[in-house]
Each structure stands twice: as structure tokens, then as C-alpha cells.
Design a protein around this ligand. Structure first.
Ligand code: MG
Length: 396
């Protein structure tokens, strides 16, 4: 089998990848809906993979892997890798999880990082009310993650929150030493959310990046009695093109609160320091940023060897991304906690993708399906209505 084309269309903001072959089998991949600008980056790889056998996934990906980088520049390689697994599975008549070594579990746990309701404000009561609404959402999530501190509007809107210079309107640029008042506000909001959740639903917190190490230690120690699931990306993380294992190790070794990072990291080599130094308790690679399904599997296994847990990031990976997550998570070792559920955004994605369970999530779990490849397909009649003029030939 040979690859005949690599196509990319931006559908609902997401760059969607379609790899076609000379045997009529095609494969799908998807990058985050926040990254429509990646379309030319995806197509850049076209000439590197045309004519290759897509079922030799590793050989094809090895031709392009070095030409990617940290978030968002690992997404194109990752989405192509996913599309190759889709083809390999269809060609073999097997679901992707079988090609990865087979299932460890029949259903995978998901956590809520993206089913949201508008926040009325930034007070502890607002956080508690919002959390109570999320607790009632029909997916029955057993873990909910909320953005706080520098991963929220607190830095912009809570007076005297920190000593840094506010930069409103710039994505996650805030950061610096927090005031006593600012840190107390964060702790009060976490206590209020825990009050709403009780011990029935786990609370995870996306915190930065932007914390200094002393504040990260102070926050982690302050919330120790609350048994939060994890504190994510306090020092570096989302859209930070480097890793700080030594600094993370200082924080992690100072507290019993689990520390988490890794959604922006590209490739296994860049997880090596975090894992070998046991610099965090939980890693959160995003399969659609880190280099794909096999890359995440390798990192998860290596983390497990070192007693480190994994909760893959995925909030914006869309429904094709969801399929990749589910096949991957079915095969991960027991250090797997839960994957971040990529809800359909916009909701009409549910009308254009077929093959997923309905409802997708029941009691915080997704049943792993058995159809070949990723086991999903476009309803092309519906999907064509969502194509921009320049992408009209995407399904040809
Ligand atoms: Mg995050």
C-alpha cells in the first residue's frame, strides 16, 4: 500500500488531516480546535510521506518527527501519525488498540476539562456555584479540572493578586510572585470548590504557568488537607517551549499534593528529565501534541517504570482526537488515571462523525469500541456543509 495524498481542511477551527492511499483506504487525524493556523504546517509534510507504506507507521513518522516541536508545532506530526494508525488498523481489519498490544481495560475513565458553564465572577462563591453545575452534568464525571490563579481571570481581575505586571489579552502571559492576599484568594476558591464536590468527585486544578517556585510550594502545602487530584502546570506548561525538571523536583519533593505537567511537551526525549528525576507525580502529555499515539504509549510505559502516573491532556482534540485517545488509553499500564475528555465543539461535530458511542460518556467512562482503525468515519454529506470554499476537495 502507498500513500497517495495528505490533505488538510479546517473544520470548526480544527485542522483535520486525511491521508489517502492507492488501495482506497484513508486515515483521519485532528489537531486542536484552537489551531486553525496549522493547515500549511500539516501540508508541509506532504512530500515527505507520499509514496510510503502507511502501515509501516514508525518508518513514515520517522521521516517527519524531527521537523516538529513543542506546542503547537508538534500537532501536525501527531495528527498525521494518528491518521496512519487509522489506515494500519483498517488494512489489518483490527481496532488500533490491537496494534498497540491490545486492551488493558474495556472502558476508559475521562475527566472533565472542557464541559464548561460561564463563570459569573472570580469569588469563592462563584467557583463553588460553577463547580456544583459541572458536578450535575450528565456525563457523571468522577474528576473535574478547573482553571485557577494564572490559568484563570484572577490575575487580571482580583485586586493586588500578585506583584507582576498584568498583560491583559495575552494568552497565559501573567506570572510572578503572588501577594499574601492573592494566595489566600486561590486557597479560598479551592476550599469552596471542595465544599461543592465533597469526596464524591475529585478536584484537579490547572494553575499556570506563572507561579514562582516559592508560591508553588506554599500553595501545594496549603491545600494538602484537601486531597486535590493534582496541581497542573504551576511553573511552566501550556505553551512553554521548555521543561524545568529541576525546578519541578523542588516543588514536588516539598509536598504531598500531587504535581502535574507536560501538555506542551513534544517527544519522549523531552519527558526524560521529568521522569528520570521523578520531578512530578503525574505527567499529562497530549497525544495530539507530543508526537502521536505510539509516542504517548512509550512515555506512559517509561513513566510507569518510574512510579509516575499519567493523565493525558486532550480538551481541544475534537472527536477524531477522542478516538485516538480512547484506543491509546485502552492499552496504557495501570499508572493511567483518566484522559481529558475532548467534548464536541462546536456541538455539530456530533452530526458529522459516526461510530462513537451514544452517549459518548456514561458515569465518567467511555466503552472501548471494536471497529477497525480508529472506528470512526465522517458523514460526508453532513461534513461537506461545514467545509470552507478552499477545502471543497477534502473528501474527493
Ligand atoms: Mg493545562
Amino acid at each position: 500500500m502507498k500513500i497517495t495524498d495528505l490533505k488538510c481542511a479546517v473544520i470548526g477551527g480544527s485542522p483535520v488531516v486525511r491521508v489517502t492511499t492507492d488501495e482506497g483506504i484513508d486515515g483521519l487525524g485532528q489537531a486542536e480546535w484552537a489551531k486553525p493556523h496549522l493547515k500549511p504546517h500539516v501540508l508541509y509534510y506532504r512530500d515527505y510521506i507520499i509514496g510510503q507504506d502507511p502501515t509501516d507507521v514508525e518508518r513514515v513518522v520517522s521521516r517527519i518527527r524531527r521537523l516538529g516541536s513543542f506546542k503547537p508545532w508538534g500537532s501536525a506530526v501527531s495528527a498525521i501519525e494518528v491518521a496512519l494508525w487509522d489506515i494500519a488498523g483498517k488494512a489489518a481489519g483490527l481496532p488500533v488498540y490491537k496494534l498497540l498490544g491490545g486492551k488493558v481495560r474495556d472502558r476508559v475513565r475521562v475527566y472533565n476539562g472542557g464541559v464548561r458553564f460561564p463563570m459569573e465572577g472570580q469569588s469563592p462563591d462563584h467557583y463553588a456555584e460553577n463547580m456544583a453545575r459541572m458536578k450535575e452534568s450528565p456525563e457523571g464525571f468522577s474528576i473535574i479540572k478547573q482553571g485557577i490563579a494564572f490559568h484563570s481571570e484572577m490575575a487580571d481581575t482580583v485586586p493586588d493578586f500578585y506583584y507582576g505586571e498584568a498583560q491583559p489579552g495575552v494568552r497565559f502571559m501573567q506570572g510572578g510572585l503572588m501577594t499574601e492576599r492573592g494566595l489566600a484568594h486561590v486557597v479560598a476558591c479551592i476550599e469552596a470548590m471542595k465544599g461543592a464536590l465533597g469526596d464524591e468527585v475529585g478536584l484537579a486544578l490547572d494553575c499556570g504557568p506563572g507561579f514562582t517556585a516559592p508560591d508553588a510550594i506554599r500553595l501545594a502545602k496549603a491545600v494538602e488537607p484537601l486531597n486535590v487530584m493534582w496541581l497542573e502546570d504551576m511553573l511552566s506548561g501550556d505553551y512553554t517551549p521548555y521543561v524545568q525538571p529541576e525546578l519541578y523536583r523542588e516543588v514536588t519533593s516539598s509536598t504531598s499534593t500531587p504535581i502535574h505537567t507536560g501538555e506542551q511537551i513534544y517527544l519522549r526525549q523531552n519527558f526524560q528529565g521529568l521522569i528520570e528525576q521523578r520531578a512530578v507525580n503525574i505527567i499529562g502529555p497530549d497525544p495530539l501534541d507530543v508526537g502521536g499515539i505510539a509516542e504517548t504509549k512509550w512515555i506512559a510505559e517509561y513513566a510507569d517504570l518510574h512510579g509516575i502516573l499519567i493523565a493525558p491532556h486532550g480538551v481541544a482534540d475534537g472527536l477524531i482526537g477522542l478516538a485516538a485517545h480512547v484506543h491509546l488509553a485502552a492499552t496504557l499500564p495501570r499508572n493511567f488515571i483518566a484522559l481529558e475528555y475532548p467534548a464536541a465543539k462546536p456541538e455539530w461535530w456530533r452530526d458529522i462523525i459516526e461510530g462513537l458511542p451514544d452517549p459518548i460518556v456514561r458515569d465518567s467512562f467511555i466503552e472501548v469500541w471494536d471497529t477497525p482503525g480508529l472506528g470512526i468515519r465522517f458523514n460526508t454529506a453532513e461534513a461537506k456543509k461545514r467545509l470552507a470554499e478552499q477545502d471543497r476537495g477534502f473528501f474527493d
